[in-house]
Each structure stands twice: as structure tokens, then as C-alpha cells.
Design a protein around this ligand. Structure first.
Ligand SMILES: C[S@@+](CC[C@H](N)C(=O)[O-])C[C@H]1O[C@@H](n2cnc3c(N)ncnc32)[C@H](O)[C@@H]1O
Length: 290
């Protein structure tokens, strides 16, 4: 049947959908009276931003995530099973990575790994989470901490055949240091990956980003004007992503409605006729009331 031949019943949402919509509105209105925010600000301030040095370099402040919003989004988008952070003073990026995995309900089958060699001589001091009772280790006990130079850390992934979905580079900020981190970890990335490099407003990191942009088959976007600066690196061509049933593409309400009508007509024609009849009588009543 062509679109033109569709009956009124098929074109406008039938009664069954309108009842469903009304129920959804009623329930949503109830929730919106008590919860106003997608972000839980108390959780943000007490868990994500508390005892978190260097978070300002990512633009984070009270009630505000700054670049953290992007780190969260990348884990969320990729449903990242393995998220890795190279270098972190206070664990800001690792906690956001882990939080996103928790929020996706993939906590048990996912990993967030930090690799930091504890190099206070690089003027950043010691990372805050080295001792057992630290804030990060207590509140995020499943974040794995590898105290090693990033190069040695890369061997761990090679030896264990682990592919990384999302990598954040924030360790050695020199040109050779940041570029060699990129080069050591690039082969360890999954097909559908995202890499971010922090502090692109530092000369060394900016130069490494330009090198990556010119040499590789990737797309690079550099928000170097936002706080410390952040470059995002992704594959240029669409990766070959296997789609599991629960990851199938979302369909619009209109598509779902058409599909249900198709199923009704095919498998329950009597029910289809009855619904159509009720729907038309309601429409007639409604139009006579106008
Ligand atoms: C303090 S962070 C820089 C601040 C950062 N923006 C943040 O969010 O914490 C840099 C960290 O990288 C670590 N680091 C530097 N060079 C490294 C290397 N080659 N391997 C491993 N860690 C390194 C330092 O120990 C330091 O903790």
C-alpha cells in the first residue's frame, strides 16, 4: 500500500498510542517535580570533583564538568569496555571514565586503567592516589593503577591481547613524549576507537597533534582554546562495527507505529479492524466537539 492510500487510522497516531503517550506524560510530569537535572550535582561535587587536583586544567569547577563532559561522553558513546588514562595527578579522568562505565551498567565487564610512573620531577608532584586509603582508591576501588612508565605499560596490553576503546594521553607533555605515547598505543586500539590528548595548548603536545593530523588516516579536532586544550582523534573511515541485537539502530516512533500496524494487519486483522473502528469513532466525537 502506498503512503497516499493510508487510511486516517494509519496516518495519525491511533488511540492505543495516544493512551500510551498520556501515561508517559503523566509519569514524566511526576518525576520532573522531584528531579530537575540530568546531572546529579551533589554526586558531582562530592565524588567526581572532591580531592581532585588538576581538575581545573580540564575546566571542571563546582557543579561543572568542563572537558569531563567529553570524557564521559566518549566512554558512553563507545560503550567502552577498556578505557585507559596515561598520566593523571588526581584521577579526574579515570573517575569519569569509571563513572560512565558504572552508569552504562557495564561495571562488571569493563575496565578503567591508569598508567602513571609517579614522576614528581616533572613539576606536577606525586599523584594523589598512590596510597591505599586515598580518595580515589576508596571511592573507585575498581580503577586499576599501574605505576610504570607509559612505554612499559603498553607491553601489558600487548602481552594480554587487550584492545583499548578509549585512550586519554596526559603523561609526558613534550613533543617526543606525547607523540611516542600516541605511537606506542595506536596499534593497541580497537577498530572503533577514540583517543584524546590533553594540554594541546602546550607547544610539545600541539606539535604532536599536528604530526598525527598530517601523517595518519584519522580525523583530528583540537579544542586548543578550551582550558588546557583537548585534541580528539578518531578513524577517518567508518570502522567495521559488529552490531549486537541490543545495539541495533534506534527506530523512530513513526517507524515503530508503521511496523506495529503492519503486524496487526497481517497477523491480527480482526483486532486491526476493531482498533480502527474505535479510533474513527473517537475522531468523529472529537471533531464534533470542536
Ligand atoms: C600530573 S599529570 C598532568 C596533569 C593532568 N592534566 C591531570 O589531569 O592530572 C602528568 C602525570 O603524568 C605522569 N607521567 C609523566 N611522564 C610519564 C611517563 N613517561 N610515564 C608514565 N607517567 C608519566 C606524571 O607522574 C604525572 O602524574
Amino acid at each position: 500500500m502506498s503512503r497516499k492510500q493510508e487510511t486516517n487510522f494509519e496516518k495519525k497516531p491511533p488511540l492505543i498510542f495516544r493512551i500510551k503517550e498520556k501515561n508517559t506524560i503523566r509519569k514524566a510530569a511526576k518525576v520532573s517535580k522531584s528531579i530537575f537535572s540530568l546531572l546529579n550535582k551533589e554526586y558531582l561535587n562530592r565524588i567526581i570533583l572532591a580531592n581532585c587536583s588538576f581538575s581545573e586544567g580540564h575546566g571542571a569547577r563546582a557543579n561543572y564538568l568542563g572537558l569531563g563532559m567529553l570524557y564521559y561522553s566518549f566512554v558512553h558513546l563507545l560503550k567502552a569496555k577498556v578505557a585507559v588514562c596515561l598520566g593523571s595527578g588526581g584521577g579526574f579522568v579515570p573517575r569519569i571514565m569509571r563513572q560512565a562505565q558504572r552508569d552504562l551498567d557495564i561495571e562488571k565487564c569493563s575496565r578503567t586503567i591508569v598508567i602513571d610512573a609517579d614522576k614528581p620531577e616533572l613539576r606536577y608532584g606525586n599523584p594523589d592516589y598512590l596510597h591505599e586509603g586515598s580518595f580515589l582508591r576508596t571511592l573507585f576501588p575498581h580503577i586499576e593503577i599501574i605505576v610504570k612508565p607509559t612505554k612499559e605499560g603498553a607491553c601489558y596490553f600487548v602481552e594480554n591481547g587487550i584492545k583499548i576503546d578509549y585512550l586519554h594521553i596526559d603523561a609526558d607533555h613534550s613533543y617526543s613524549g606525547s607523540l611516542s605515547d600516541y605511537q606506542a598505543y595506536r596499534p593497541l586500539m580497537a577498530d572503533n576507537f577514540i583517543i584524546t590528548l590533553h594540554d594541546t595548548n602546550l607547544e610539545g603536545v600541539a606539535k604532536a597533534v599536528e604530526h598525527i593530523r598530517n601523517k595518519e588516516d584519522l580525523e583530528v579536532m583540537d579544542f586548543n582554546y578550551l582550558w588546557g586544550g583537548l585534541a580528539i582523534v578518531k578513524p577517518k573511515t567508518a570502522p567495521d562495527i559488529p552490531i549486537s541485537p541490543q545495539d541495533s539502530f534506534p527506530v523512530s516512533i513513526d517507524q515503530s507505529r508503521r511496523f506495529i500496524i503492519f503486524l496487526l494487519k497481517k497477523h491480527a486483522p480482526k483486532l486491526y479492524d476493531k482498533l480502527k473502528e474505535i479510533d474513527e469513532s473517537i475522531r468523529r466525537d472529537e471533531s464534533s466537539m470542536v
